[in-house]
Design a protein around this ligand. Sequence first.
Ligand code: ADP
Ligand code: MG
Length: 750
Amino acid sequence: MLKLLNVSKEYITEDENILALRDINLDLESSGFVSIVGPSGCGKTTLLNMLGGLDHPTNGDLYFNNQNTKSYTDSDWDTYRNQKIGFVFQHYYLIPHLNIIQNIALPLSIAGYDQKSALEKAKDILITVGLKDKLYKKPNQLSGGQQQRASIARALVNNPKIILADEPIGSLDHESSLEIMELLKNISLDRLVVMVTHNMKLASDYSNQIITIDSGMIKDRKLNLPVKSKDLKPEINKNSAKMSFSTSFKLSFMNLMKRKLRTILTSLAASIGVIGITLVLAVAFGFNRFVEVRKTETLNAFPIQVDRLSLVVPLFDESYRPNLDLFPDTEIAYPRNIQYVFQTINTITPEYFQYVEKMNPAIYEHIHYNYKIQSNFVIENSGSIVNPGSVIKEIDVSEAYLSENFEVIKGRMMQLESFEAIITLDRYNRLSKDIAESLGFNGDDPISFDDLLGLKLKWIPNDVMYTLDGANYIKNSVSNVYGSALAIDIEIVGIVRIQEKFNIDYLRTGIFYSTHLAKHIMGDSKNSEIVVAQISSNINVIDNTALTQSTKDTALRNLGYGTYPLAYVFYSKTFSDKDLIMDYLKAYNDTVSINQAIEPLDLAGIGLATMRTAIDSVTIILIVFSGIALLISNLMIGIMTYTSVIERTKEIGILRSVGARKKDIGNIFYSETLMIGILSGTLGILISYLLIPFLNMILKTVTTIENLAYLFFPYAIILVIINILLTSISGIIPASIASNKDPILCLRNE
Ligand code: ADP
Ligand code: MG
């Protein structure tokens, strides 16, 4: 059945070439027990490996069933080892992390048997070798003799024609040796058993033939006991050896399970990169979501403003803490001195107005012009008539702005298209003390909302307010004009306050009237006697002082007439439009000298946009860092798999000897990295989910935004997949190293 013709084997090493076998000619029958004896290093193992297809001759030919194996492909050799040959080794070479029955079923799995029938067959064969009660034990729980019996069972399980045993009793005591010899002898009744041994006594007691080797040559060949052959079983023709991916997965899974702590620690370390990326993405995603949801709100809440006295923000420093509750529920206003900070001072010119009017209408939704005029108001407060002076102003924001920013705490919101006014309070329900006094209150006592809404406000036209007396106009007393039929009632419809979610107060406290009224006042004032007189004179028509162009402009505005707006509010539909408006307004400064520059102010620019750029740049930095962490963790997984390859060299040899293909070996380690990848990715995502609430607590103190970081679930899945892809890349090298290992070197490796 097996025939060697002029076979020699030369090992070429760095320092010498060893001729391990020299011109061997040997013919072996299809059954019987053949012993090979000879001194150490004479070439016995080499000869056995040659017969078993683990190694191939340098010269000469091996015939199997009269077929020259020269024509065998790698896959033919794999099938040959899996189907025709069973190997038994001195040190049993059972795979330590599989139990006995799994070890024995392994060649069957490689041969493509399904799990269930493989285990059944393995069980049957283990019963015949007398290991019925050791099926689920790990190899190290068995004695040497039992392990050797298990390894013989593994050699037999595919019902091969040939059993090759390399010093199978070399490590056993006498009694166990006898049992094993008995077993091999029995086996040899219907197949060929070739055994290497040092025990001459047992060799001659049991074998049919003894071959003596020395220095790579056959010295002697002696027929011993006659061959008693049984009827040979018909050969089962199986397909070529093919291990399923699930078997390689199972093998690596068992291996990982054996080293749980290391597996978990590696996965944890490897998950750091995933955690980093996940958290960064969660913040970036969460922030974009925040911006999207709040976009219109934000755009309306924070328009671009251009003002003479740009923005008015009450101070909120430590030294200034009113002894009042924030956002109180009580219907009481508190007159207090409120300190404001004026941010920028712009000199708005008629040229600026022209420039603004030339802005592309497509980029803004609405521009609110405020001419900053003064006009004549009279108030009746609990029966007494007072002149409120200049504290009553036009509202310079849109209706959308009002509803987005303010909450009505009494009454209702004013409608900008009617003659109405509202009273604004700040977050402590404060009202400027000077305003309270101008409205006829004493300026110290708290004022009930009912008293505020009970104020009767009237606007008086210039022609009613002023009377020409000789060359000058004089102002009539408020009590005289209050009853005029031409006076217009302005209803104070509500009291409003900035919403709690905003941390900047924009409007000063006070009384604000509608845009509609402002237009009416300007239209009426323009044609009033006093304004017409003032327009045509460079002398003040009230006090006869000489006027420059600028003081004349102010004088006219104080009479309710302005030729160009002094404050602008720009509303846009999108952030990019808003950017375009900003760009356009800033470009104005290129056309004028520095001291005439006009700075548009974007409140969102202070809050949201700066935060956005900050988050964007931090995101990039963090992604780079986490990316590095991810690469390092994958490198680690690669190294860990490589360590595993080194540790499992013997297993590689065993698997190859029972017929596993190179590819199967690669798959085992590849699936190991894959599992680590799945584990570390999943762990990373889970840990991230656990960390996000803490991250959000930190983010809230920095940004004041609740639940900013948010991990979109499909992204989590994608991240796990990316991690698996990366780890599988890092598994390629160790897997290919493993699959290219020479099986005989693996087996020799002690
Ligand atoms: P035995 O099994 O009879 O003790 P071996 O067949 O293992 O002897 O070895 C025969 C000779 O070939 C020895 O000199 C050994 O050092 C050498 N040899 C075996 N395998 C290799 C190898 N892979 N590379 C180099 N030399 C080897
Ligand atoms: Mg040897």
